[in-house]
Ligand binder design. Structure first.
Ligand code: SF4
Ligand code: SF4
Length: 79
């Protein structure tokens, strides 16, 4: 399930949070994701199949723009 505006501009897939407005479409996260969860459309990150995500954190680790991170931390459910 996709939930928009977790924080400004963010989209939550529960397991994974993305912020398309910070994404420059470099494709690094796509290249490093071992489960092919991610792809690029119109120069922005998109989630293809969240069910395949194992929350390994490679996308978060490699993204140079802090546009993607693994859910369930950073107190994003605080509010
Ligand atoms: S956490 Fe791992 S499996 Fe999930 S999207 Fe990121 S790189 Fe892919
Ligand atoms: S690594 Fe970050 S900036 Fe690059 S495509 Fe992925 S989310 Fe966007």
């Amino acid at each position: 399930m996709e939930i928009k505006d977790v924080r400004a501009g963010e989209v939550s897939y529960e397991k994974l949070i993305i912020n398309p407005s910070w994404c420059k479409g470099c494709g690094i996260c796509v290249a490093f994701c071992p489960k092919k969860v991610l792809s690029i459309e119109n120069e922005k990150i998109v989630v293809n199949d969240i069910e395949k995500c194992i929350q390994c954190g490679m996308c978060e680790l490699r993204c140079p723009d802090f546009a993607i991170y693994v859910g369930g931390k950073n107190n994003e459910k605080r509010a």
